[in-house]
Design a protein around this ligand. Sequence first.
Ligand SMILES: *Cc1c(COP(=O)(O)O)cnc(C)c1O
Length: 393
Amino acid sequence: MHHGYRAPADFEAVPVGVYKASTVLFPNVAAMRSRKWVDKSAYTYGLHGTPTTFVLEERLATLEGGRHCILAPSGLAAIGLVDLAFLQQGDEVLIPRNAYGPNASLARHELARWGIGHRFYDPMRPQDLADQLSERSRLVWLEAAGSVTLEFPDVPALMQVVRSFNQRRAEVDVAPRPLIAALDNTWGAGVAFAPFDWGVDVSMQALTKYPSGGADVLMGAVVTRDLELHQELLMTHMRLGLNVAGNDAELVLRGLPSLHLRYRAQDAAARRLAAWAQTQPGVARVFHPALPDSPGHAFWKRDARGAACLFSLAFEPDVAPSAIDAFCDRLTWFRLGYSWAGPMSLCVPYDMPGFREGPWPYAPTLVRLAVGLENVDDLQRDLAQALLCLRTA
Ligand SMILES: *Cc1c(COP(=O)(O)O)cnc(C)c1O
């Protein structure tokens, strides 16, 4: 809610004004020639920022403990911006095996066409990241927690691998291009996880989720502390013509003041439901970083200050996939739909054998639940009545 930036306008209200413009008028040629938008000291064209988008950027940078922020039209566009700003032909990007699917898909299809390679690493084994690095490595993506199975990695250990690699590179190379670490902080949302505390270079967030909180806008943010990295991102962003509309920026600005309250409320509800779900027949395993047997629980406990509204259910191997579909269909408060962190609880089934490599000792369908802002007793009753499907099928 509070931040250092003051828009150069003489109207101060609690909400930020919604400015919309393509053209910004200049009083004379000298002003047209001299105005610089890059440091937010002036306005030149709608695409280069308005008072509304500059304020949102400042607030998000403050929230994340960074210094600079750039907005993108979606979370995925923000991932693409980071890739395109830092990678060139011949480089390689490293992606955790449990990453948000479209991040990997972008690398497999778009980046590959530009001669940029990618490798996957096991985020739960820092040594695997070390083993995958090569002289072509330029960018490492991190995610805490993983998108669907919610493993919480040892981010300090992964960052130690990045730092050692950069030190070795600096010793042998006269003009080293350091390996950059970017963390998808959508889960932590600037509330539960602070990537810059661990030396991460770039924090990216889907504002679509918590910061908006309304399930009514798509937007992404890329936050940095380092000015040079920010400027590289800013130039790529400008050349690509990525824009965020004033009305959409307003929706996120409206969501931000209640971000912490919503995060805490949804966290408490999700933890209660996740712990309860563990006791239910047919449920083999519940993934939620706060549960002691969830992968990476100790790292979550050490490094995070809360948990997002997500938990995933893995079912006993003898539960038929049709029974799991019936469970999802029978839910009434949890609705079927993508995204999360909005007011409504949501449910998505994932086909795990197609989704990830390696053994999967449970029924093939995993169900990820996102807890909204409904009454938690209603949600528990809803899950209980839908889980009866597992017994009757
Ligand atoms: C939703 C999501 C994104 C992408 O956000 P969009 O705005 O939907 O493009 C990226 N990363 C994670 C972890 C997400 O959950």
